[in-house]
Design a protein around this ligand. Structure first.
Ligand code: ACO
Length: 377
């Protein structure tokens, strides 16, 4: 009997020097550096260099990354036109797919070892412009380009909002960018890898990755997790909601469970801390945090023994909400930071271990059948 790897569970499709996950001990490292150390001491610009070039940058290399980002926020005018011409109720990831589809046509970069990393940094810069303007278009605001700055998080937040953003917000955005950067080969990265294995251009590979990210079992979970908190409404209603929906209704608790982590997701711990910091000055965030913390307790009591714990999406929505982003933007914000992880994996695959990804399917349909013309059926 031939065995089918349903969901490709535990199938190894590549080697990687990018991300190490220990799902049983809740460890996540990028190129050997622990996620906690990176959030505490590093920045997203450092991480861009680390992921693409393999080492932490020295001062000169870091300044070069910042300069390249600052030089590349511009996107083709067709991208801005498309983003603002779509109805405001269009899905944020759908709009991103359109924007990247247009850039794939306009730029169509060929794979080239000498240029891949530069192209990747250009794409990361343009992603900030796209995501900020997806938000602005959906809010009925006018287009705005990120301004050059020392921080990608700052340029992005200032392009998104028409207000001054504080240091605490910039630090939280920077941390969120780091936390969502990479997670080995989940569905989105794998979808993009399949596209990259055909030597499709980097922008098109991102369209493939976005399509897989969009679903509620992957990137869409942050939105679904936060919707739960909104539906519950207040901390004193958590227990009843949990009993009716999760215990008796047998619905899945969104933001809980993970294919790889069988313990508390280390990113969720950091997002929880960030949410706690943002909640100090924001009573709305404090309320959602209290709901989430009670839900977490019930969730772990019920599912902990099965290895089902909070994942990164459980608290991230509270952080994004605290920064001023509505629910519909959460998956797009995930994509904003994951673009770096996707690109680093595509480059690693194409440059070091390329082979066309073309699996097989076991045919279980009917044997040969005679064709019957339509009027004789
Ligand atoms: N709530 C309740 N039960 C759950 C949950 C959950 N969140 N997650 C898994 N289970 C249960 C399943 O019902 C199943 O139970 P059974 O064996 O009694 O039938 C068992 O755990 C195994 O579930 P699978 O779906 O087979 O496990 P898988 O490894 O595919 O699960 C997944 C991973 C899809 C993420 C799942 O935990 C889930 O649906 N979680 C909710 C959605 C979510 O938060 N997704 C975000 C993932 S993180 C990310 O993408 C960044």
């Amino acid at each position: 009997m031939v065995e089918i790897s349903r969901g490709l569970e535990d199938v190894l499709i590549k080697t990687t020097s990018l991300t190490f996950i220990d799902g049983h001990h809740g460890v996540l490292r990028y190129r050997g550096y622990d996620i906690n150390d990176l959030v505490e001491h590093s920045s997203y610009e450092e991480l861009i260099y680390l992921m693409l070039y393999g080492e932490l940058p020295n001062r000169k290399q870091l300044n070069e990354v910042k300069a390249k980002l600052n030089e590349n926020y511009e996107v083709p005018e067709q991208v801005i036109n498309a983003i603002y011409s779509l109805p405001r109720n269009c899905d944020a990831i759908g709009i991103m797919e359109s924007a990247f589809g247009i850039m794939a046509s306009v730029y169509n970069p060929k794979w080239d070892k000498e240029k891949d990393r530069d192209n990747a940094i250009q794409i990361i810069a343009k992603t900030a412009t796209v995501v900020a303007n997806v938000f602005r278009a959906k809010e009925g605001l006018k287009p705005k380009m990120p301004s050059p700055s020392q921080s990608y998080a700052k340029s992005f937040l200032e392009a998104s909002f028409d207000r001054k953003v504080g240091e605490k917000e910039i630090k939280a955005m920077d941390a969120a960018l780091i936390l969502y950067t990479d997670h080995e080969v989940p569905a989105s990265t794998t979808a993009g890898l399949v596209a990259s294995s055909t030597f499709s251009d980097m922008y098109s590979c991102i369209v493939a990755a976005l399509a897989a990210l969009k679903g509620p079992l992957h990137g869409g979970a942050a939105e679904e997790a936060f919707k739960q908190f909104v539906e519950i409404g207040s901390p004193d209603k958590v227990d009843e909601w949990f009993k009716i929906n999760i215990v008796e209704g047998r619905k899945r608790l969104m933001g809980f469970g993970h294919r790889v982590y069988k313990t508390y997701d280390p990113r969720a711990k950091i997002f929880k801390k960030l949410a706690q910091q943002l909640s100090q000055e924001n009573p709305e965030i404090k309320k959602y945090l209290e709901i989430a913390e009670r839900l977490e307790k019930l969730g772990i009591e019920t599912f902990g023994s099965k290895g089902i714990y909070p994942n990164t999406d459980f608290y991230s929505g509270i952080v994004f909400n605290g920064l001023g982003f509505p629910i519909y933007m959460y998956t797009a914000l995930f994509a904003l930071s994951r673009t770096l992880g996707w690109l680093a994996h595509f480059i690693e695959y194409v440059e070091e271990q390329h082979r066309l990804i073309r699996p097989r399917a076991l045919y279980v349909g009917p044997e040969y059948k005679h064709y019957v013309p339509v009027d004789k059926r």
